[in-house]
Design a binder for this molecule. Structure first.
Ligand code: E4P
Length: 217
């Protein structure tokens, strides 16, 4: 499973990138607001650091507007994936932009039917939002499993990009189901390394090592 970082925090992305953990980056208008940065400036900086797809989201609500904004965002770098919402206008924009050979990430997906439409429209990525479904007491992972089944039934090339990931457990479940990509905030990716037994075991080893009186260096 590829890891995308759901953030526009350049330092946090760089930190993970140095460890080879970053296959791409996703942003959205809320993430840009949180960064306090200019969208083009921060996106260019991220694209220079990360070689994989960097999603930048359009904000127009009509297809022509999204297409125009998408082309403008794509001028930032070759690895831009244009993000459009899963509306009828977004699907039209997806078809046009993907026919032009651009990467398109169709976002705000909450049903298998929406994912099926995005694949038909030529999306490179479909972004089902797990956490926001869980917030409503629905099971976001069921949606990932449904989309996986449908895409495999018909050999759709659209990649499932599990989004709105809130926990390390979400990452594990997305990987088990077979999501192609999961995008998560830096703290969630880092939390995947945590285990109480690792901490406990390390404490015990340190105590015993101190008793040996030895040094390695
Ligand atoms: C995905 O591309 C979105 O940017 C993101 O995952 C949304 O997550 P949220 O529901 O935590 O805002």
């Amino acid at each position: 499973m590829k890891f995308f970082v759901d953030s526009a925090d350049v330092e946090a992305i760089a930190d993970l990138n140095d460890l080879g953990m970053v296959d791409g980056v996703t942003t959205n208008p809320s993430i840009i607001l949180k960064s306090g940065r200019d969208i083009k400036e921060v996106t260019r900086e991220i694209c220079e650091m990360v070689s994989g797809p960097v999603s930048a989201e359009t904000v127009a609500l009509d297809a022509d507007g999204m297409i125009g904004e998408g082309r403008e965002l794509a001028r930032i770098a070759d690895n831009i994936a244009i993000k459009v919402p899963l509306t009828w206008a977004g699907l039209k924009a997806c078809k046009t932009l993907s026919d032009e050979g651009r990467m398109v990430n169709v976002t705000l997906c909450f049903s298998a039917n929406q994912a099926l439409l995005a694949a038909k429209a030529g999306a490179t990525f479909i972004s089902p939002f797990i956490g926001r479904l869980d917030d409503l007491n629905l099971d976001g992972m069921d949606l990932i499993a449904e989309i996986r089944k449908i895409y495999d039934n018909y050999d759709f090339g659209t990649q499932i990009l599990a989004a709105s990931i809130r926990s390390a457990n979400h990452m594990k479940e997305a990987a088990l189901i077979g999501a192609d990509v999961a995008t998560a905030p830096p703290n969630v990716i880092k939390s995947m390394a945590n285990h109480v037994l690792t901490d406990k075991g390390l404490d015990a080893f340190m105590l015993d090592w101190a008793k040996t009186g030895q040094k390695i260096l």
